[in-house]
Design a binder for this molecule. Structure first.
Ligand code: ADP
Length: 492
């Protein structure tokens, strides 16, 4: 453990780091729909390497049962009182890459779908929340800190402080990480009362009411000891009414307890030097392999095989959050005037999928779209492209831009949230910076940033400096884990 942490603990008269339980709806590789799963798993592994006893508790989704049932050890079971419902909850334990994961079992709530959507999802995760709270005193582990993630687990601190007086749950410290404030877990007062027995006095604007609904995320923001998000810029942004989705009031009221910690990427999985999914390997000092990857990518995706033309790429969910409407607005103009190629891997809203299919048809050999999810192709795109476009409307942290940089693919991003914190605009006079950026959510500003990138492409020395800077940037999870450790310590 780092000397800084040892000294701090000593000053508090402690010999050990407080134990931490991460509560989450998903954790990679057990169950994953997005970045949250990666964050929880990489964070817990990094903590272990730092000598911190951090464990995970999550639902026993069917996809986990199908694969890991033989390895999970049944610990105990009990019945959860969810309003009038009396539901079985089993606690299973699984060791994965040295991390202990507790799995909450209930065949009804945790079946094929990780998220049911709608009000059903509220019931699903109200059950999970209650099951974790009731299981806490009986685990073979005594955490001092509970790390909640997103609205699915955000109600734990509120329940602890309002429904477990004198219990061990009340004495624990709670940190809530907001991975995406757009999802808050909203429901009617009646449902909140029915599922979790929330008293009327807490269904007010002072506590968990927002716009006439009960709001799980707000409950978490009011009662958690600390609130955290996944980048310092996003932490500032969600205190404004443009980004705050109605929670800016409570976040401002608690501004002193809100922080932002940038996520990291798994440097073993995303490593151009050893990646088995790409056709040739390379690193910062030896980049010939990148040219091989580019040629193979152009071949595979039906683009003209021209090393002199830059490939601009996106690997993304196709939603408005990711700036697809900006792309739709300027793609024709750019393809009409510039010598460039554009490639997109992703799926999502039909209007964007159709736009990309039509663009591929119009600009045969220069634009291509792979509609769907394909992890292997994603690696090939990160390795074989020249520029990576991420013009997000909002971006709590974003992983893709960091992955792109690791593969020497230069990001072009909108200055928002984690994009602003991880991509340093290139200054061709000082040779500093790792990418290109633009400030406003505006298609023409994005077009200008793309044109700056194209101008840089013409100058080999500048490009070399830029690629070298981008590949040098360190986005490992070790740095994030240390920041989280500091956050935990300041809660003691
Ligand atoms: P978000 O979690 O908001 O979707 P991030 O940039 O944080 O965005 O993470 C997205 C991750 O999912 C990246 O690792 C990206 O490569 C991957 N990804 C997104 N869409 C696809 C796809 N269609 N095929 C393969 N990987 C994808």
């Amino acid at each position: 453990m780092k000397k800084e942490f040892r000294d701090f603990l000593k000053s508090k008269g402690r010999s050990r780091f407080p134990a931490v339980l991460l509560a989450s709806a998903e954790c990679a590789p057990l169950a994953k729909t997005g970045g949250l799963a990666d964050v929880v798993s990489t964070l817990s592994k990094s903590f272990r390497a730092m000598g911190i006893d951090a464990r995970v508790i999550m639902p026993y989704h069917r996809c986990i049962k199908n694969k890991y049932a033989g390895r999970a050890e049944h610990m105990f079971y009990f019945y959860v009182q969810l309003g009038w419902r009396r539901e079985y909850a089993g606690i299973e334990k699984l060791e994965l890459d040295g991390v202990t994961v507790y799995l909450v079992d209930n065949e009804h709530y945790f079946g094929d779908r990780i998220y049911w959507g709608g009000e059903g999802e509220i019931e699903q995760y109200a059950f999970f929340t209650r099951a974790v709270m009731d299981a806490l005193p009986n685990l073979d582990f005594a955490p001092e800190i509970i790390h909640c993630n997103d609205w699915h687990t955000a109600m734990m601190p509120m329940l602890a402080k309002t429904q477990y007086p004198g219990g061990m749950q009340e004495r624990l410290r709670y940190v809530l990480t907001i991975h995406n404030i757009a999802f808050q877990g909203k429901c009617s007062f009646a449902l909140a009362k029915d599922l979790l027995g929330i008293e009327d006095r807490y269904l007010t604007s002072e506590f968990m009411e927002l716009n006439g609904c009960a709001n799980f995320m707000k409950g978490g923001c009011v009662f958690a000891d600390r609130i955290n998000t996944v980048s310092p810029s996003y932490a500032r942004e969600i205190m404004t009414d443009y980004y705050g989705e109605g929670l800016e009031g409570i976040l401002n009221a608690r501004a002193g307890e809100v922080s932002g910690i940038v996520n990291g990427i798994d440097k073993d999985v995303f490593n151009p030097h050893s990646d088995p999914l790409i056709p040739a390997r390379f690193d910062r000092g030896h980049r010939k392999g990148k040219a091989v990857c580019k040629a193979a990518l152009q071949e595979q995706m039906g683009l003209e095989r021209r090393p002199d033309v830059p490939i601009f790429a996106m690997v993304t969910r196709m939603t408005e959050q990711k700036g697809l409407d900006l792309v739709a607005c300027v793609l024709d103009e750019l393809m009409g005037r510039e010598d460039m190629q554009f490639m997109l891997l992703g799926s999502g809203e039909e209007r964007f999928e159709n736009f990309m299919r039509a663009a591929e048809y119009r600009y045969k050999g220069r634009v291509c779209a792979y509609i769907g999810y394909n992890e292997e192709l994603a690696h090939k795109i990160y390795a074989g492209s020249d520029f990576y476009l991420m013009p997000s409307r909002f971006e709590p942290c974003g992983l893709s831009q960091m992955i792109a940089m690791r593969y020497g693919t230069i990001p072009i991003v909108r200055e928002t949230g984690g994009l602003r914190d991880t991509v340093m605009p290139f200054n061709q006079f000082t040779g500093e910076g790792t990418g290109f950026s633009f400030a406003n959510y505006d298609a023409w500003e994005m077009g200008d940033a793309i044109r700056s990138a194209l101008a840089c492409w013409q100058n080999k020395d500048l490009m070399d400096t830029l690629i070298s800077n981008a590949m040098k940037a360190d986005f490992g999870f070790e740095l994030s884990a240390e920041e989280y450790a500091r956050l935990y310590l300041c809660m003691l």
